[in-house]
Design a protein around this ligand. Structure first.
Ligand code: ATP
Length: 585
């Protein structure tokens, strides 16, 4: 019921076009009753020889034309409602996703969100555009039809009225089953769509691991689940069609049979009998049409459930009622310090904290390296520094300001992350760079690219900065992608740089270019580097060693080298695995 109410709220915002749909449908129904009178009059004239059959048929033809025009208008108005509601729901969902921030992508599969936003919203159109207006028409037209039949003959009107009441009652009984089947069908569909998206995105991984056939089997199983859910759903809706169809046929037959008896008894004349025949059909027609939208309506309700769930999701980071001011340009120019004070954080639904009682102080302009085994909590620290999540306990401060007191967008504006996985969008190189600074001039773009050591390469592309990069930019090397990321970071110009170093080794020339670009980027910024290369670690001002979410060691490279701790062991292990490590000086 909640879903219906929430969806109806969107429909209400399109009240004029919904009203127009209903009015046009009612006018079309009036034409249909008019047609019934015209046909009955024509037949009566032909049978009895009294009256003008040709005129009655001309009126009938005119009404057919007018009714077709009205139905065309009704469909247009219904589509306009559907498109408007879809546009509004999509823009509410997009705004919601922006409000939920990156945490939502960390904790939810992208495929299911995409299905809700795409097919889920599309599935609403049957419900909002056609089903809801038809529901109103199905209440008014049969009521008017029964009144008309009562006027012709109360007994016939009463019998038709009873059959009309029985039809929706049978549907009510089925409603619960249909709702459940519809939900199951939608979940199977969403699951299948998410799996397909995963397969497309991970095609290279699947192929390189030779996992295609195995994954294909999972896809087939999901497709079978979807098939079963679809058939279950269709079986339930077909049963409703049959059950309600029975009442329609029974209703019309009862009306005609009763009218025939009443005619034989001399209570009705031939014209009235013909009118009963046509009008009883018209009484049931709106319900028949409603039945056609029934399946679409339930699919819309099932997808609506997911839409409402997404709209009701609370962001994991909240916006304070009166957000603090982010550091001003003067503070930024002199450099900002960064601190984590007794920070603990547990992922939603995780059992143990990913980081636990972490204390860290990074002075303005210095470089803090973070090292640790896989799963130690390094990425989680990045999530906290970029306010993807707020800590459960403790504070994360930049320039002495608790990130929690800032608007999330302002907090994220203070940091730039250059990670190993640079996402390049389908678009030109210039568009990809401007994502970081939409109003950047061409000169600013070229300057950032020059400093990121990527300008010459971009200039050498067929259309230079206007060259279109394919999705995921498979045509660029890892080093080139990283330098584009560095150019973006230079354009964003945030005071804190978070560097998630690539684990894969690059060749000497590429590394030299990357290092030059990174040196440009680090200038005047406070840097936190998730370090994998020994050379980066030893050149940092401070190294923090994370283990199982806790800082087990922290100090300058010299201090840590003197201790027989985790860092020394890590370094020794590194030495063994790389006979002559680049940075082991
Ligand atoms: N979205 C998540 N939901 C639940 N637990 C998570 C999530 N992301 C990470 N974790 C858990 O939090 C802990 C820290 O993970 P984190 O990704 O921060 O480690 P990491 O040091 O960055 O590892 P790696 O070097 O492999 O990237 C791990 O135990 C991990 O399983």
């Amino acid at each position: 019921m909640l879903v219906r109410r929430r969806l109806l709220r969107f429909v209400r915002q399109s009240a004029p076009s919904v009203l127009l749909t209903v009015v046009l449908a009612l006018a079309a129904a009036a034409c249909a009753f008019g047609q019934a009178f015209a046909v009955a009059a024509a037949l009566h004239a032909a049978i009895t020889g009294s009256g003008d059959a040709v005129r009655a048929l001309a009126v009938f033809a005119l009404l057919v034309l007018v009714r077709s025009g009205l139905l065309w208008g009704r469909d247009l108005a219904a589509r306009s409602t559907a498109e408007n509601v879809k546009r509004r729901v999509r823009s509410r969902l997009t705004a919601k996703l922006a409000e939920l921030g990156p945490a939502h992508t960390v904790t939810h599969p992208a495929g299911s969100t995409q299905t809700t936003l795409g097919d889920g919203v599309t599935a609403l159109q049957g419900y909002v555009g056609f089903y809801v207006p038809q529901l109103v028409v199905s209440l008014l037209v049969p009521a008017a039809g029964v009144a008309l039949l009562m006027w012709i003959d109360p007994a016939v009107g009463f019998a038709v009225g009873l059959c009309l009441l029985a039809a929706p009652l049978s549907r009510r009984l089925w409603g619960r089953i249909l709702g459940e089947r519809g939900r199951r069908h939608w979940m199977a569909y969403e699951n299948f769509a998410a799996r397909i998206m995963d397969a497309l995105q991970g095609m290279t991984t699947l192929t390189s691991l030779g996992a295609g056939p195995h994954y294909g089997q999972r896809l087939r199983r999901d497709a079978e689940d979807l098939y079963r859910a679809t058939m279950g759903n269709l079986a339930a809706s077909s049963s409703v069609y049959i059950a309600t169809g029975f009442f329609f046929t029974a209703g019309t037959s009862v009306a005609v049979a009763l009218a025939a008896v009443r005619t034989a008894q001399g209570h009705l004349d031939a014209l009235a009998l013909l009118l009963v025949l046509w009008c009883s059909i018209e009484c049931f027609r709106p319900l028949h049409e409603l039945q056609n939208y029934w399946h679409e309506g339930f699919t819309g309700l099932s997808s609506g459930q997911r839409i409402v769930e997404l709209l009701d999701t609370e962001p994991v980071v909240s916006t304070p009622r009166t957000p603090a001011q982010p550091p001003n340009a003067r503070q930024v120019a002199t450099g900002v310090e960064l601190s984590l004070t007794d920070v603990t954080f547990t992922y939603p639904e995780a059992i143990r904290p990913a980081v636990h009682r972490v204390w860290l102080h990074v002075p303005a302009g210095s470089t803090q390296a973070i090292v640790g085994r896989s799963g130690a909590g390094k990425s989680t620290l990045v999530h906290l520094l970029t306010r993807v999540f707020d800590p459960d306990q403790g504070q994360v401060c930049i320039a002495g300001i608790d990130l929690r007191s800032l608007d999330p967008a302002d907090a994220r504006g203070l940091t730039t992350v250059v990670s190993q996985d640079t996402y390049l969008f389908h678009g030109t190189v210039a568009e990809n760079l401007r994502i970081a600074h939409p109003s950047a001039s061409d000169e600013e773009l070229y300057s950032a690219a020059r400093r990121a050591r990527i300008h010459e390469f971009v200039r050498s592309l067929p259309q230079g900065y206007d060259t279109v990069l394919t999705e995921r930019a498979a045509d660029l090397s890892g080093g080139q992608r990283q330098r584009i990321a560095i150019a973006r970071a230079l354009l964003k110009d945030a005071p804190v740089l978070i560097l998630d170093e690539a684990t894969a080794s690059v060749d000497g020339a590429t590394e030299a270019l990357l290092n030059e670009a990174l040196a440009e980027l680090r200038q005047g910024r406070t840097t936190v580097v998730i370090a994998h290369r020994l050379s980066t670690v030893v050149s940092a001002d401070q190294i923090a060693v994370l283990d199982e979410g806790q800082v087990v060691e922290n100090g300058t490279p010299a201090e840590l080298a003197d201790r027989d701790g985790y860092w020394s062991r890590l370094r020794a292990a590194h030495r063994e695995s790389h006979h002559a490590p680049a940075g082991s000086h």
